[in-house]
Design a binder for this molecule. Structure first.
Ligand SMILES: *Cc1c(COP(=O)(O)O)cnc(C)c1O
Length: 237
């Protein structure tokens, strides 16, 4: 618990320093605490420390944790930030508030059809393979405008913006390059008539570069919760 509190205050200071450096108001950046591989108890600790926005990568782990923390559901905004297969869209459409990892129109169409009528529209971002890595998911930048227009027209979704996981880079100047490219892509979409307000970019290692380039949501895991032993949880409870 105290570790999460200490880590969280370090991360919040990093964000406010980066905002000051960029001449941006500190409340223009939302901290998304990425709790993947950590148990529901760690989320509760972060909640008690003040976090209200949580991001999960793996669908089943997200659903389990949301169920475990049902008593906090009304106060937490849950974001899915990891890969989404089309056979998993229904429980996601029913359970979360945001999906950052929409990387094809078919997924968006299913999420829109399956979003329950009693819930507000699902907030979504398109994931962009901004560094052009062969192994990474995400739309190629050139594909984004057409998909964005189609997604923006779906009735039960609200397209908010773009998300990316840039290739790691050693220094701030190099880290800023892909973040800048994502921002320019968002600016271009808005110039074409969309009204997008979200740039989901920046993680533990590069949040300063992301804030410098206009990130509105930074997704921070290890700097808050500590290192992850393995990419797949051994026991999420
Ligand atoms: C794990 C993950 C993060 C957080 O990464 P850290 O380096 O632990 O801050 C952010 N975004 C996505 C999509 C992730 O999978």
């Amino acid at each position: 618990m105290t570790i999460v509190i200490d880590n969280l205050s370090t991360v919040l200071n990093r964000i406010s320093d980066a905002c000051a450096q960029a001449g941006r108001p500190v409340d223009s950046v939302t901290l998304l605490a990425v709790s993947k591989t950590f148990p529901a108890g760690a989320v509760r600790d972060a909640f008690d420390a003040g976090c209200r926005q949580f991001g999960e990568n793996y669908v089943q782990e997200a659903l389990d944790k949301i169920a475990d923390l049902a008593d906090l559901r009304a106060q937490i905004t849950w974001h899915l930030i990891g890969p989404l297969q089309s056979n998993k869209t229904r429980p996601v459409a029913e359970a979360v508030d945001w999906v950052h990892s929409v990387d094809r129109l078919k997924i968006a169409q299913r999420l829109s059809e399956q979003r329950p009528a009693h819930l507000p529209p699902l907030q979504v971002c398109l994931q962009v393979n901004i560094s052009g890595e062969a192994s990474k998911s995400g739309l190629a930048p050139a594909e984004v405008p057409a998909v964005a227009r189609a997604v923006a027209a779906l009735p039960r979704l609200r397209l908010r913006g773009l998300m990316a996981i840039p290739e790691p880079a050693a220094d701030l100047a190099a880290q800023r390059v892909p973040h800048r490219a994502l921002r320019q892509l968002l600016d271009a979409l808005n110039a074409q008539g969309l009204a997008l307000d979200t740039l989901s970019m920046g993680m533990s290692a590069d949040l300063e570069a992301a804030v410098a380039e206009g990130a509105t949501i930074v997704r921070v895991g290890s700097a808050i919760f500590g290192g992850r032993a393995s990419p797949v949880p051994v026991d999420v409870r």
